[in-house]
Design a protein around this ligand. Structure first.
Ligand code: SIN
Length: 499
């Protein structure tokens, strides 16, 4: 054999030269993943994957709306509201980008044909939510903004979308990401791509009480921990104050902040509005403050707290909040007459996989992260209401712009081993997952103590050493990262409150 041919044969064993691969792989089909896909030209070979059916994502369940700066003049005020809600822990540059780019992304989405709610003259309707100094939140279907935006983006996305694809590993070697390993319809597959965008959402399934889709379970965060990729602000786990938790299902029922924005009251059993005892803004204080007040009141008194809508006129309420009205009617409530018992519940991961303002994961070429999965520092220590859908579109657009304009370096794909042991669930995983959710709610919840955090850390460490499946191990990695971050921050800040 000639020397040249020998080199080729050797290279072929080391590198898989004929591998079929995508230009871009997007993990997640929520607003960030879909808007990224919508902004990638048709000629590119793109694959969007989601774990289950595409509408099982947090975007689909978003009720209130999407923030947009009203105009140039509103940008400083939107920035200030975002920073104040975030306890000034925010990256100010990220906040500025978020607000400024909202003018461009909102115009783009409207131009493409998304129908937000308008008045009889066709003028956009803006609502207000807690901690906003003005009405700047656009909404669709009354209280079904996420559902409408998701449907719109599903239709607009012209790239291939593959469901039932559970990513359980990132293919990383020598500081470059080459794709993922995934279970596709329960079969192990390797998917190669020049660029991978993580848009997989947050960590909801780690908590006993949460408002998230059941698919949001911290797997990719766990992989990052394993690979030494930095997570940031992981102690900043946000709780939504007004959630109906008395249902047997994993996802608890959200009662949007827009209800309080429109004038709903949080009351005690005897109808007293007690939030003013905690903050002069009452129902309109930021959600970390309202969550803590409700949690504290319930703990101290052992009594229920309610969300009261009885001040609203029925016809108006049913038109403005049709989804909530229907959902609660199905479980026996008649709105707006009936008040509903509420509790805070985990809602949003403010912290996440650390990246720069173009979504690039530091030190890993070809790996991006956007939306709730990411941590750009935009939300600081506590996210301002309805900034999340906006974050999804703004940073998706930036990541795609970066990706399409950077110099494309062609690197041969190394062979990744096909060792898939320990992947799926082991026999006892279900019980451990349940216990993990209880621990996270009890010790890493609305109010934390050092003792409780250490207790949780030890129990999770113990679980990690059991005979468990890979997916549970990934959840535990993420839970550990959250607890370590919480233990590191000695003083309370935003969503992190330590007694
Ligand atoms: C809500 O509608 O209250 C949730 C919106 C958000 O999470 O910002």
């Amino acid at each position: 054999m000639k020397l040249n041919n020998l080199v080729l044969v050797l290279n072929k064993t080391k590198y898989n030269l004929d591998m079929k691969k995508y230009d871009i792989l997007i993990i997640g089909a929520g607003i960030a993943g879909l808007y990224a896909a919508m902004n990638i030209p048709k000629e590119k070979k793109v694959l969007v994957v989601c774990k289950d059916i595409p509408w099982e994502c947090n975007t689909f369940y978003a009720q209130g709306g999407m923030v947009t700066a009203l105009n140039e003049a509103d940008i400083p005020s939107h920035i200030e509201d975002t920073m104040e809600a975030g306890s000034y822990h925010n990256d100010e540059k990220a906040v500025e980008i978020l607000s400024r780019m909202s003018l461009e992304t909102t115009a783009d989405i409207l131009e493409r044909g998304m129908e937000f709610d308008v008045d009889e003259n066709g003028t956009l309707l803006y609502t207000r939510e807690a901690a906003h100094s003005t009405e700047r939140i656009i909404h669709a279907g009354g209280d079904a903004t996420g559902r409408y935006m998701h449907y719109f983006m599903m239709v607009e996305n012209k790239h291939k979308l593959q469901r039932n694809t559970l990513v359980y590993d990132l293919l990383i070697q020598n500081g470059q990401c080459f794709g993922v390993k995934a279970l596709v319809n329960y079969e192990h597959k390797t998917i190669y791509a020049d660029n991978v965008i993580i848009a997989s959402g947050g960590i909801g399934s780690l908590y006993e009480f949460n408002t998230n889709s059941r698919t949001v379970s911290a797997d990719i965060h766990g992989i990052c921990v394993e690979k030494g990729i930095e997570l940031a602000d992981m102690e900043m786990m946000q709780f939504h104050p007004t959630v109906f938790v008395k249902t047997p299902y994993a996802r608890k029922l959200l009662l949007t902040e827009a209800l309080r924005g429109e004038g709903a009251h949080v009351v005690t059993e005897d109808g007293k509005r007690f939030l003013f005892d905690y903050d002069e803004r009452g129902e309109l204080a930021s959600r970390d403050i309202v969550s803590r007040a409700i949690f504290d009141y319930k703990n101290k008194t052992g009594k229920e707290v309610y969300l009261d809508f009885s001040m609203f006129e029925e016809q108006w309420f049913v038109k403005r909040f049709p989804n909530i009205t229907r959902t609660f009617e199905a479980i026996g409530y008649k709105f707006p007459q009936d008040r509903v018992p509420i509790s805070p519940a985990f809602h949003y991961a403010v912290g996440g996989i650390k990246c720069d303002l173009d979504g690039c994961v530091e030190g890993i070429e070809g790996l991006y992260v956007i939306g709730e999965a990411s941590s750009t520092g935009v939300h600081g220590a506590n996210r301002l209401a309805s900034n999340s859908l906006l974050e999804g579109v703004v940073f998706a657009k930036r990541a795609v712009n970066h990706m399409l304009t950077k110099e494309q370096i062609k690197v041969e794909i190394p062979r990744f081993d096909k060792e898939y042991k320990n992947i799926v669930h082991h026999e006892n995983d279900k019980a451990y997952k349940k216990r993990l959710r209880q621990i996270m709610w009890a010790e890493m919840g609305v109010i934390r103590t050092k003792k409780g955090l250490i207790r949780a850390r030890n129990e999770i460490f113990d679980m990690k050493n059991r005979d468990i499946g890979r997916l549970l191990a990934l959840r535990l990695n993420t839970a550990s990262a959250i607890l370590e971050a919480a233990l590191k921050r000695k003083e309370s800040l935003g969503a992190h409150y330590i007694e």
